[in-house]
Design a binder for this molecule. Sequence first.
Ligand code: ZN
Length: 182
Amino acid sequence: MAILKVARLGHPVLRKAALPVPPDEIPSPDLQRYIDDMIETMREYSGAGLAATQVHTLKQIAVIEVMGNPRYPDAPDIPLTVLINPEVTFLTDEMEEGWEGCLSIPDMRGIVPRYTSLRLLAYDRTGARMDLVAKDFFARVIQHEADHLNGIVYLDRMKDFSSLTHLAEWSKYWLGVREQGD
Ligand SMILES: [Zn+2]
């Protein structure tokens, strides 16, 4: 396994749309190794998720995991989830504001409105179809990662930049303040 290099804001790869993975490619050793590398990279940098575009690969793959994450100390746990070719349908018009950060935008946080409930269709890493309903923080992370696969970063989703905060100031002034406004 290997730690992959994470593209930072400004690298053109972050603004490109990823392509679907042919389902018969999912079990291949190369793709499986790449998924393992993505998981290792996400854990190394304490990400809540990582999209393949962030590690310079234009394939529709994202990994998500939150287990006592030091970067998100008040976030609920999410077991390791591998999404391939995710398709998201929102199940509500309701949006909630919450803090987000991104490994490609280091040491920053901002408040982002996200839909609170969605249906996710995807392949898992075995090639099996996944069909689930996600809510709240899990729905937020899925939206963040699905956006990456379309060349979108969380800054694009912010209503304004008044909440944009360096991580040290976030820890000092905003940790534990989950919602603002609405
Ligand atoms: Zn991100």
